[in-house]
Design a protein around this ligand. Sequence first.
Ligand SMILES: [Zn+2]
Ligand SMILES: [Zn+2]
Length: 332
Amino acid sequence: MPVTPPDPSAETLVADLVADLVAEVPELAEYVRAAVLLRPAAGSPGVRDSSVGGPLLWPAGEPWPLCPHPHMARVRKRLTDEEREALERMGRARRERRRSGRRPPMPPEEAETPDRILDGASSLDMTTWERVRWVADTGGPDVPMVPVAQLHARDVPGLPRPDGADVLQVLWCPNDHSGLPGQPHYSGPAVELRYRAAAAVDAVADPPRPHRALDLCLPSSCTVDPVRVADLPSTDDLPAALAERARAWAAARGVDHHRLACRSGWKVGGRPSRHLTGRVRVDRPSCGAGTRLLLTVGSSHGGPDVTVGRFGELRVFTCAADASHPVRLDIQ
Ligand SMILES: [Zn+2]
Ligand SMILES: [Zn+2]
């Protein structure tokens, strides 16, 4: 598939609209969060450049991170005709109720159908009509992680980082994991963050290649073209009256408010989108503090060419009180 470069005029247009919206509805200002869109494009970044999927400024003497977690594989098994028909019947009944505008309680036999068919597996794939079960496999652990992003503070204004550090390195294990410590609801790559001072690194390590990896999780090397934007939350995260005003303002200009909020694709900071599942389910850091969105990884054909979830986004959250606490991950 051809690479679609980001359209700078579209981005300027959205930025202008957001600025106008916030000027005319000033109550929104406190909900705006700064974000930096990374706009990765296929290229050959150097080891001292900011990049997505590019070489990391990694000290030659420092051990390369190996994934310590067990690996999971998805085993898919076809549903029987009877199971498939039961699910289809349930889908039809649900659509019928929605069309009629009534909201009667779901009949009990319908409510228990998915659980019965799930039979302890982790999900049902209603596109392929398969039962999906996670099983631990023997291909790990100790898989070398791969570079996902290297971000210099000079390129990414407002990059959160500890004192003395000026570069953030994000790596992940390009395999599926389930039940990572502290993240009972997450399945996907295991993510590691490193902060360092670029000037302190002279000799650079030659990274090991993973002996086990999902192609979809191996980012291609990209340069980045960061641009700072004001990110608005989705209307679900605004008080109802304010959400209504924001929606109406956008509608009057022929724009869907979704286009102005929770900017999609690779970004640092900003607001997490909720457009796919309608909610963000991130477990709180064990210290009890809140979370802050650090990085969003987008799915794309071309560019970094990764797919997370069902062509969705992976979000890395850090602890709002102490960025050195373990990250929380979410895919939707
Ligand atoms: Zn792993
Ligand atoms: Zn914390």
